[in-house]
Design a binder for this molecule. Structure first.
Ligand SMILES: Cc1cc2nc3c(=O)[nH]c(=O)nc-3n(C[C@H](O)[C@H](O)[C@H](O)COP(=O)(O)OP(=O)(O)OC[C@H]3O[C@@H](n4cnc5c(N)ncnc54)[C@H](O)[C@@H]3O)c2cc1C
Length: 608
């Protein structure tokens, strides 16, 4: 790094070498005539076994060298518990420590982005980019034998993108029973979810390279050793961006570069001839905007930051999927990841993985189901749904809320995502890190059924707590602050009883009369289900929307070309721009949005 001339201006400076940031850096530096700099706070950990081995991910959480480890403000609707939020602090960002699930957004959901005033952001416009980032591999015969996968359409474009997407060789009877049990509830996927329509259970893919059995993520894919050789691409790691620098002499502030803080504590300024692209993620892109003087006047003045552009929308409209985790003790012969608590088992599996990549550590065995609104009686009728929504109509005043209402009303859209997670989940009131959620604390073996609300109505916020970039911003997700979210989530929790019932193939894999978490609490009615939500809801780590792409008067921070309102030569490209949280796990949408953004930036350069 010593040989890099930081005095010489770059064309583009990308702030944050995470999931979206590395896509942008890769695509812009395809043109050897432009000079691109990425500034990443964390280190390059792309040869670290804890990052590469899918099954060792828990070893990353809470450690300062990998994880920003955010803690929320206390949540009044969750018994005042605080919620942990892991975030990747390394090259590749959160794609370096996520759970590798690869699912696709729904058509109705992305079409709603366009309907909210974002022309050019409907599903059909995003679809080519949902193909571009990935290479989708043919399922292995063993997974077809166990899980059917008849909905997987081999004729859909497989793509040749940098991220490998594959089915596992390691599914087991729990995955099989999951699929059968949902089918028994009339919830079986029949079309390929990549096409934007999926209702029912299906075996999702994962971002794992099927040859090396290693994590396929932004750093391995978009900053491969070959890309790293490009002389026009410089990646500066272990360096913080303090703020964006503006020229304020014209009619609108123009971003001209960034101020960085090196790991030795030295401040430096770096110039960007063409643009600064902010890709620091949904908790830190708004932080950097505020530190740079873009945000609410009150917040900036409180921290003595000169106001460059007043926009109170910065850091607002924060969305996150709430997830309720119920763990069930398994029968003695049912597989559970909890066996990894035994160091002998873990060491044997590490040995197997190291010698040939074989075994469960190289696989992802989480299963998915999407459903419309369901409750303890099954699928909720259109009339009952209408009645429930109508009883909360007075809280649905924004265009966002009306768009979500339409999605919940639709019989084609998934209100819930249910997940089968192969280990127990513990939920302490004050977790120190994400590891406390997933490392086995209880002596019995469990599997966990997770209930996720795809379209939360509640909106949270994230704002600076200090003018120093090193101080974590205050993240307040305000879960269930719209009470309709609690009503919906509790109904999903009631439905779980149908899945774990001893009469179902899934229920038969659980220990009859065995323990469950939360202990002794069964969702036999809505009130009990709400109690379960209060005790067992955490985050799915899908924070988004804090610099939303929307008309400014509707809460927007960026326009449809992702340019920050009131500025020139400054964009945000990461999950913070999502106007509405996508269905399911969101990395596919982060990659696709970043791919599309790279094309927009290239187009705008041609027009200069
Ligand atoms: C624990 C966990 C599990 C998840 N599991 C899944 C899953 O299974 N499937 C799925 O689809 N999605 C999953 N996700 C979500 C998905 O991984 C993220 O939504 C996505 O990676 C976010 O991408 P991003 O570009 O917005 O931000 P990030 O990838 O987080 O990138 C932001 C980058 O900016 C850097 N940065 C921040 N501040 C500064 C600064 N001041 N200066 C310089 N650099 C800075 C950070 O270090 C980071 O590298 C998970 C997320 C987490 C945290």
């Amino acid at each position: 790094m010593a040989s890099v001339d930081l005095e010489k201006p770059f064309d583009y400076v990308v702030v944050g070498g995470g999931t979206a940031g590395l896509v942008i850096a890769n695509r812009l530096s395809e043109d050897s005539n432009v000079r691109v700099l990425v500034v990443e706070a964390g280190a390059d950990r792309s040869t670290d076994p804890l990052v590469l081995c899918p099954g060792l991910v828990a070893g990353l959480y809470g450690k300062d060298e990998y994880d920003w480890n955010f803690i929320s403000a206390p949540q009044p609707t969750l018994n005042n518990r605080v919620i942990n939020q892991a975030r990747g602090k390394m090259l590749g960002g959160s794609s370096a420590l996520n759970f590798l699930m690869l699912v696709y957004p729904s058509k109705g959901n992305i079409d709603a982005w366009a309907a909210l005033g974002n022309e050019g952001w409907d599903f059909d416009s995003l679809a080519p980019y949902l193909r571009k980032f990935a290479t989708v591999h043919t399922p292995p015969q063993s997974s077809k034998d166990l899980c059917g996968l008849t909905y997987h359409n081999e004729d859909l474009a497989k793509g040749d993108g940098p991220i490998h997407v594959t089915f596992s060789e390691g599914y087991n009877v729990t995955n099989q029973a999951w699929l059968k049990t949902f089918a028994g509830q009339g919830l079986e996927v029949t079309t390929d979810p990549r096409d934007g329509r999926a209702l029912g259970a299906f075996q999702n893919q994962a971002s794992i390279d099927p040859v090396t059995h290693t994590r396929s993520y932004a750093a391995s894919g978009y900053y491969s050793p070959e890309v790293a050789k490009r002389p026009n691409l410089v990646v500066l790691t272990e360096t913080l961006v303090n703020k964006i620098i503006f020229d304020t002499t014209g009619d609108e502030p123009v971003a001209t570069g960034v101020e960085i803080l090196t790991k030795d504590g030295e401040k430096k300024q770096i110039s960007a001839n063409l643009e600064v692209i902010l890709s620091a993620g949904a908790l830190q892109s708004p932080q950097i905007l505020e530190l740079s003087g873009i945000g609410s006047k009150d917040i900036l003045e409180k921290h003595n930051i000169p106001v460059i552009v007043e926009n109170p929308n910065v850091g607002e409209s924060m969305q996150d999927h709430p997830i309720v985790c119920q763990s069930f003790e398994v029968a003695d012969t049912t597989p559970s990841g909890d066996v990894l608590r035994d160091p002998n088992v873990l060491n044997a599996l590490i040995g197997m993985y190291q010698s040939s990549g074989a075994g469960p550590l190289g696989q992802s065995t989480i299963s998915v189901a999407y459903s419309p609104l369901v409750d303890g009686s099954g699928i909720v009728s259109a009339e009952a749904k209408k009645e429930l929504l109508a009883s909360h109509e007075k809280t649905l005043t924004t265009p966002d809320a009306q768009a979500i209402k339409k999605l919940v009303e639709s019989s084609d859209e998934a209100t819930f995502q249910f997940l089968l997670f192969p280990t127990q989940v513990s939920i302490p009131d004050t977790p120190k890190s994400m590891a406390e959620y997933i490392l086995p604390a209880l002596p019995e073996n469990y599997i966990t059924v997770m209930t996720i609300l795809n379209h939360p109505f509640s909106r949270g916020s994230v704002h600076i707590s200090s003018p120093d970039v090193r101080a974590a911003p205050v993240w307040d997700p305000k879960y269930n602050s719209n009470p309709l979210d609690m009503e919906l989530l509790a109904r999903g929790v009631e439905f779980v009883e149908r899945i774990v019932d001893p009469s179902t193939p899934f229920g038969q894999l659980l220990k009859q009369g065995g323990k469950r978490q939360p202990e002794g609490l069964v969702a036999t009615d809505l009130e009990k289900a709400k109690e379960i939500v209060r005790k067992r809801q955490i985050s799915v780590f899908h924070v988004s929307g804090s610099c939303a792409m929307k008309p400014k008067e509707q809460g927007g921070v960026v326009d449809t070309r992702l340019r920050v309102y009131g500025t020139k030569r400054l964009r945000v490209v990461d999950a913070s721009v999502f106007p509405l949280e996508p269905v399911g796990n969101i990395q596919s949408v982060v990659y696709a949005v970043a791919e599309k953004a790279a094309d927009l930036i290239k187009e705008d350069r041609k027009a200069l």
